[in-house]
Design a protein around this ligand. Structure first.
Ligand code: ZN
Length: 507
């Protein structure tokens, strides 16, 4: 075929160019990993500069017009191949990312990045001092820059849409707004019903649990769940994250609180979920743009599926609880499985998103999502944000933060990123996790029995086959439809919540 003869060399040239860019980005990720784990504080200034230099090199290499030309030359090949073939997908996904990257001028990127560094520094001072006024001018500028950024992508339906696209491609504000409104309507009465009942006792989780034993137990746990230590490792950090430098090196980080058993335990399983996704990507995609999770929502669906649907299930602890008890005989020897299971699934009205339980978590996220949209639309001024925040906590969660430290200053996102597109992925992830898990159980009912036997081979294989191996070949919307046969919807999540918490509480 003539098309193939002419285009094959172009495709391998594209792959070579992408692989070089990927190498630079992997080096940057490794520098970032080191910064967040082992780097002495004295390295901070130079490290910031080194990261910025690498990012600038990779951005300029990727936006070279010759990449655009290669993609143009490859159009006939792409059109001659099936949509989901590896080659067509590589060309398609690279084009989407290329067209996004070239629209934002390099000077704007540099300006925004410098502003974000200043804004982050102001936030780091303002938060412990409960001083919103200190970040207000920075946040006002962030809002202006976020609007400017969105306007590099004209033709949007809502000004947040281009910003949402960066993390959750194709998810429009109008769709999310109605999906989240539906969800809130279901969740608020469930939270009411639960919190009017006597809270579970979880005080035994805050006894003294030595760090070494906590780490040893959680490492054993994730190895048994399928995390491949030959292609990964775990280290300590302040804010746990997952990162990867290739499909063969996918690392996780954790933090341990010796007076809180659940911190390290569940954040380790959470990050492992992110890592299983990246470890499961088709090896042939190495070095290309296909070798990544497809959206922040789908990524979060994997961390939450493993953390909550597996890691906080009764079946899981039927197997693992005796091992946890023998690791901590003094602390847990007299605590029954049932008491432990209730404690790790305690629901309450709380102020801090990252500490929230499965039932209330999405309410926290939706507050932030709505406020982002209002600020972008111009119906909420930054100066009125703390009051708007507190008002929404009063109406949605029934509590009001006593300080901005525990209110509008709690999350780093707006102070280090843009306003718009920063939060929806968390709730999308929770909804998707339930829809995926339900589909997995429908085709393999033995998954629940296996979890009770302490392994998840069938579930892990199903996820690899249906989701992980594809990397970002499919968009989130395509993936959900392909895997579950339906569009994203709230019902599977609500069914999951009603079923699980209907057994724990009277609903
Ligand atoms: Zn996560």
């Amino acid at each position: 075929m003539q098309t193939t003869e002419k285009t094959e060399p172009k495709l391998s040239e594209l792959k070579t160019r992408l692989s070089e860019i990927n190498d630079i980005e992997a080096a940057a990720s490794l520098l970032y990993w080191d910064q967040a784990t082992y780097m002495p504080p004295g390295g901070a200034a130079a490290r910031g500069r080194q990261l910025a230099t690498l990012q600038q090199i990779s951005h300029s290499k990727f936006t070279e017009p010759s990449i655009g030309q290669l993609l143009e030359d490859l159009r006939p090949l792409e059109e001659s191949l099936p949509y989901d073939s590896d080659e067509a997908s590589l060309i398609r996904i690279t084009r989407i990312k290329y067209e996004t990257a070239v629209r934002v001028p390099a000077e704007f990127m540099a300006k925004f990045s410098m502003h974000r560094t200043q804004s982050y520094e102001a936030w780091a001072m303002a938060r412990p001092r409960n001083d919103f006024a200190l970040v207000q001018p920075h946040l006002e500028k962030t809002l202006d820059l976020s609007r400017e950024l969105a306007n590099f992508f004209p033709g949007y339906e809502h000004i947040a849409d281009p910003l949402i696209d960066f993390a959750d491609y194709g998810m429009k504000a109008s769709f999310l707004r109605s999906l989240f409104a539906e969800l809130r309507l279901e969740l608020v009465p469930i939270v009411e019903a639960i919190t009017s009942q006597k809270p579970f006792d979880d005080s035994f989780l805050s006894q003294f649990y030595p760090e070494a034993q906590q780490l040893e137990f959680s490492l054993k746990l994730i190895e048994q769940l399928g995390y491949d230590f030959h292609r990964g490792r775990q280290d300590k950090t302040h804010h746990p994250f997952m990162t990867n430098f290739s499909i063969g090196d996918v690392r996780i980080t954790t933090r341990v609180y010796e007076n809180d058993l659940s911190q390290a335990l569940f954040s380790t399983i959470h990050e492992m979920g992110h890592a299983l996704y990246e470890q499961g990507i088709n090896q042939n995609y190495e070095g290309t743009l296909l070798a990544a999770g497809t959206s922040s929502g789908v990524h979060e669906s994997q961390s939450r599926l493993w953390e909550n649907m597996v890691g906080r299930s009764i079946g899981f602890w039927k197997f693992f609880y005796s091992q946890l008890q023998s690791t901590f005989p003094k602390q847990l020897g007299d605590v029954s499985l049932d008491t432990f299971y209730r404690a790790i699934n305690k629901v309450g009205r709380s102020l801090i998103r990252t500490d929230a339980d499965e039932v209330t978590y999405n309410l926290h996220v939706m507050i932030r999502f709505d406020l982002e949209l209002q600020m972008l639309e111009g119906s909420l001024d930054v100066k009125d944000l703390p009051e708007a925040w507190n008002e929404r906590y009063r109406s949605d969660l029934g509590i009001v933060p006593e300080s901005d430290t525990d209110g509008v200053l709690q999350d780093v996102h707006w102070y280090t990123g843009q306003i718009g597109g920063m939060f929806q992925g968390y709730t999308l992830g929770n909804l998707m996790s339930a829809q995926f898990f339900e589909a997995a159980l429908q085709s393999h009912s033995e998954i629940l029995t296996e979890i009770e036997q302490g392994h998840c081979i069938t579930l892990h294989n199903w996820l690899k086959d249906k989701i992980y191996q594809h990397g970002c070949k499919y968009t989130a919307t395509e993936l959900i439809r392909g895997v579950t046969g339906a569009n994203l919807r709230i019902e599977p999540f609500i069914r999951y919540i009603r079923q699980k918490y209907g057994q724990l509480y009277t609903l």
